[in-house]
Design a protein around this ligand. Structure first.
Ligand code: NAD
Length: 250
């Protein structure tokens, strides 16, 4: 069952693929008009408006937000979902890689929020949802830079929730576990035996399968909806229980 977003306007960054595309569809199913900001807007055929925006570029972010506000008459919901991965321990990545990943995964969310907040303040149903990750808190091996970026998203979410509470703007996060998206598909395809790698990855999940993009999108839709009107500053895990089980011997 979808939430009711009738008459509301949403921006979903990274909404051309995977989790972002599923979020866009859930919001649309509830009646929202959805603008997708993505490096590949041509892939966002599901969007009501697809805009070429690089969240690492302030000029393109501001132009995108201005365009949505002009074409749709306001902005009610912002889903900061665009993000990229990084592999390895703390020795694995150069300064340039640290700056690039943090610029997209963390500063990108602040940048789009900064541009959208003046419009969100005018909405009676304003909500921001940030796509974080279980990596924010779980201490995943070989994901030092990625985990640092998502830990910063978790802190940013709580700080923004406090800052904008009195303005009626709720700010929450979702923490997906390993989700079945083109991103994970690309990682599996780079393995010598993708099918065996997928089976091993599924076996490592507490519920024996990957999280679906739809499950993450349903959580985002709930947090973005008026039904969650008393919920702000939380991170909702959609991870099959991975966070609870990670330190126990399997
Ligand atoms: P995906 O690669 O399938 O989709 C990401 C989308 O973001 C793509 O359409 C891409 O073009 C867009 N994007 C990338 N950089 C961008 C930029 N600079 N500006 C605008 N758009 C940009 O990935 P996904 O698996 O759907 O992941 C989406 C989000 O979910 C990310 O923030 C990721 O960290 C998070 N996440 C994913 C998983 C997972 O297992 N897939 C788990 C936890 C969290």
């Amino acid at each position: 069952m979808s939430q009711d977003f009738t008459g509301l306007v949403a921006i979903v960054t990274g909404g051309a693929s995977g989790i972002g595309a599923a979020i866009a569809k859930h919001l649309q199913d509830g009646g929202a008009r959805v603008a997708v900001f993505d490096l590949q807007p041509e892939a966002a055929t599901h969007a009501d408006l697809a805009v070429a925006v690089d969240v690492a570029d302030d000029t393109s972010v501001r132009a995108g937000v201005d365009r949505v506000a002009a074409e749709f008459g306001g902005i009610d919901i912002l889903v900061n979902n665009a993000g990229i991965g990084a592999q390895g321990n703390v020795e694995a990545n150069s300064d340039d890689e640290w700056h690039r990943v943090l610029d997209i995964n963390v500063v990108g969310m602040a940048r789009v929020s900064r541009a959208a907040l003046p419009h969100l303040r005018d909405s009676p149903a304003a909500a921001i949802v940030n796509t974080s990750s279980i990596a924010a808190t779980a201490g995943l091996p070989e994901r030092a830079l990625y985990s640092a970026s998502k830990g910063a998203v978790a802190a940013l979410t709580r700080a923004m929730a406090a800052d904008h509470l009195r303005e009626g703007i709720r700010v929450n996060a979702v923490d997906p576990g390993t989700a079945d998206t083109p991103w994970i598909g690309r990682l599996l395809d780079s393995a010598p035996d993708p099918a065996a790698e997928r089976a091993a990855l599924e076996a490592r999940q507490p519920h024996g399968r990957l999280v679906s993009a739809d499950e993450v999108a349903a959580a985002v839709a709930y947090l973005a909806s008026p039904a969650a009107g008393s919920t702000t500053g939380v991170a909702l895990a959609v991870d099959g229980g991975m966070r609870e089980l990670r330190l126990r011997p399997q």
